[in-house]
Design a protein around this ligand. Structure first.
Ligand SMILES: [Zn+2]
Length: 220
């Protein structure tokens, strides 16, 4: 069994909760520590239940709650190499005792009844990743904040029963919207975000493979 709760998903903060038979993990903690606790409470969980936090990348809407979370708890934080180093450095500068572990793209790590495999995604961060999470016979893949779906990303997603994928913007609304041109160019670029059309196309390709359940992560 893998259950997923999208507790926060927006440009002001992201955090997903994943539960298996024996584990509770968070993917990202990009909201205040107060909001982390409130989100967990809304699904009858407590911060003490959390076995680990997996971080996708270092943008503030993905790591905002980490310092206080580490100050008040002894929960391991996992992130890919350079991202982990940045987080660890920040915590050390704030004199916060921490347990930050560096992951490598493409390797599998065992965590209680979960196997996690980070994979490379394209985004304007130091070492951004998506995660494939296996528990017993269930596989879930998680890819938010990516400029495009590479063949490698597609392989990870297509070997999963359940896929969490971003659908970040409508191309026309973005083109005629209020953002300044450089922001529009960043969002649309290969290091930005997936449009609704890109996401829909990817899901239609995935549906022909193994994946039959999707959670679309949208942003404002
Ligand atoms: Zn980002």
């Amino acid at each position: 069994m893998i259950n997923i709760h999208p507790l926060y998903s927006s440009s002001s903060g992201n955090m997903f909760h994943i539960q298996t038979n024996k584990s509770n993990i968070l993917i990202d903690a990009g909201v205040s520590y107060k909001a982390i606790n409130e989100g967990l409470k809304s699904i009858d969980k407590d911060i003490k239940d959390i076995d680990a936090v997996l971080i996708t990348h270092e943008h503030i809407d993905h790591i905002k709650g980490i310092p206080l979370l580490c100050r008040k708890n002894d929960i391991p934080i996992y992130a890919c190499g350079k991202t982990a180093k940045l987080i660890e450095q920040d915590l050390n500068e704030k004199n916060i005792k921490n347990n930050v572990f560096e992951l490598n793209y493409g390797q599998a790590y065992k965590l209680k009844d979960i196997e996690i495999s980070p994979f490379e995604i394209s985004h304007d961060a130091v070492m951004p990743c998506g995660y494939r999470i296996k528990s017993n016979s269930n596989t879930l893949s998680f890819a938010t904040d990516l400029g495009y779906v590479s063949d490698e990303v597609f392989d990870y997603l297509s070997s999963s029963d359940f896929v969490v994928l971003e659908a970040n913007y409508d191309i026309t609304l973005l083109d005629f919207g209020k953002y300044p041109y450089p922001t529009k160019r960043r969002i649309k670029g290969n290091l930005g975000h997936l449009s609704n059309d890109d996401s829909a196309l990817t899901i239609s390709r995935l549906y022909k493979k193994r994946s039959k359940k999707f959670l679309i992560s949208t942003f404002k």
